[in-house]
Design a protein around this ligand. Sequence first.
Ligand code: GLY
Ligand code: MN
Length: 479
Amino acid sequence: MFVALKLTYTKYTIMFKKEVYIDRRKRLRASMQEGIILILGNSEAPMNYPDNTYHFRQDSTFLYFFGLNHPNYAAVIDIDEGKDILFGNDVDIDDIIWMGPQPSLAEQAKEVGVELSNNFNALFDYVKKAMAQGRKVHFTPPYRGATMLLLEDLTGIKAQTTKAKASVELIKAIIALRNIKDKYEIAHLDEIMAVGYEMHTTAMRLATEGAHEQFITGSVEAVAYKHGGHLSFPVILSKRGETLHNHYHNNTLHNGDLLLVDCGFDSPMGYATDNTRTFPVGGQFSQKQKDVYEIVLAANNAVKDAVKPGIMYKDVHLLAARTIAEGMKNLGLMKGDIKAAVASGAHALFMPHGLGHMMGLDVHDMEGYGEDYVGYGDEIKRSTQFGTAYLRLARELKPGFVITNEPGIYFIPALMDKWKADGINADFINFDKVNEYRDFGGIRLEDDILITQNGGRIMGDKRIPITADELSKIVGTGL
Ligand code: GLY
Ligand code: MN
């Protein structure tokens, strides 16, 4: 196959203007009672020996308040004294030989509106002094071993318990800020959606008879890298789409296979995109595939039309569940009263996951702070029912939220067999009919949505092809 490579490259912003960071820190300080806030940036993580490191990914909390994409930095936001200090080490001559001249720490601090900076060791004295004065030291839950050890060295709290000792007051204050995307974040997210679009349409174009999943996966990854970013999470791409997060890419594709592609861009500034499309290799659905596809698309569209400020996302999840259950009843796979079936969780045989999550600097935005704090808050308790229990975002939607809308239908043989054997929701499921779809695979359709003042809109200039007609025009056409 001859593939003509497109040579377009988009240079994305690497930092907002300093006023954005100054304002974020000011608002955080104003919403906290007292003490100091420790914001630890990430360090390099070795891959197979110390100097051979993974791609550096800065901590998202550090990026949000300090914007500097640089390892081994930390910062203090001092609530009591109303000041911010950046800690890190200037490069020495050895570093310059390998890395070239670098801006000084003080120069970098100024770029994000921070007047005070000091070497990294000074952080130890700062924290010790604050603790000796009986001031509270706030930090978010660490998710890397190196950060846990650093926290132990700084505070004396045992590394294993640092996560449990994170400041709930700080977590809630940061979530209140980060949940609402500002106009700069929205503009950036809107522009980087073009990369997500290109990643997905690249996969679509390459999905031809005889193509290999790994070749398409690598081609999708190349799109993210060539635009100067990375992946917001490892690419999920498989014709066995019934496995929700399938990272096995070793199948050869044949016309008519359903290929599920779930992937996104991590921009140079650390913002994510996250989309899923499912389409038939070669571009033509069978009738059986199309029947199920149209149900997922109807659920996705119903959600897109329903979202607005004031509505609970849990209710939107249940709207998607009803749309799926109704569709499955029309196909003869479910039976009985649809409201009762959804109340009983019967739809979760086909959609055993939640409708979506927050998105921003993390693809599952702020999940490291604790999913319930982000997606539930004090407003609502997480369901314990199989399926709905996995809903990451349930709370009331507000203007400025960026969320994913990702309904799906999956035929998971092990789950089908278990439910049938255990008689789970037998009043609502036609197990014999379901068994006819044993080899079907799975379909998920995911868009990223901004909640506006009176509704919601799909982010970016244009929606990634999603109708059967749109897909038939692009799938398998080559690059
Ligand atoms: N797109 C991957 C996820 O949301 O988990
Ligand atoms: Mn997602």
